[in-house]
Design a protein. Sequence first.
Length: 352
Amino acid sequence: MRIGVLTFHRCINYGSYWQARCLVQAIAARGHDAVLLDHRSCAVTSAEWRYAFNPQAPERSSRADLRLYGAKLRRFAAAQADLPLSDPFPLDQPGLMPAVDLALIGSDEVFNLRHPWYGGKPLFWGAGLNAARVASYAASFGNHDADWGIPAHQAGLLRGLDAVSVRDANSLRLVREAAGLDAALVLDPVLLSPPHVSPPPAEGAGYVLVYGHHLPGWFADRVQAAARRRGLRTLSVGYRNDWADEQRLDAGPAEFAALVAGAAAVATTYFHGCCFALVNGRPLACAPSDYRWNKVRDLTALLGAERHLTFSDDDPARMDALLAEPASPAVADRLATLRAQSWSWLDKVLAA
């Protein structure tokens, strides 16, 4: 079949890029003609690029950082151009998209009504798509909490989809309570079909990979202290963290994945930081953040990996164990079970 994946594939974000790539490649490996539906918007591109050049606003990036963030943006653009893309069409005119047998919405925060530039766009709810069937795979409402519900219009659009799956408990509750749908809970594409990457060559001494920005001060202090006690340096990828020993602000998607694979441990506040650490068997410490709490809470609960979450009132010495011990074998077993269940659901949708 001709299958179009509808997601945030042009975001300057490692997780957004890799979830899009992993899903479209996984579907193609099943023998289908799979592409990413290449929606375009000048307004969205402008917002995305402004954020990419100054991701830590209201702080102002230095000229040196602007050059590095520019190099990161160019690496993302090159990687995105190499993805299997449909002919482009306007974001707000989904009827102009190339026809597909199945439009698969997701993964990422495609249902997040609070997303700063994609929130509420009708095509991510299946409206007006030029597709014989429409389903969602591992969709998320992001930081839109289940207690807030969703408008009747969006609930009606969800009920119009041929099949619905989500990737976290918060989204599952929203779909069930607001739309009355018996949705499936499946794995994010990075966990479903992990990319095969090799650690970077010649990285020298071991390092703790730091991924995220505006990390809590208590978290930064504990990560740096634990790393030093283990004789490791801290390497911040994608965003500046002044307390880290080294900055890799210009890393593209491939370098990010390789750096995680080669890390002695990962310290993050990001959902996909957790995903990449777990599929690579890296020790992981994850701190909560307001925007990403729903996602990391539900991910760790789903996999039985709650011990990798750390909070300000924890014993500071606990960080040493988090950065030294990978996930338990039970997490790998749980991941294998969920992977089989997720493939089963996706194969049924692809075969319908």
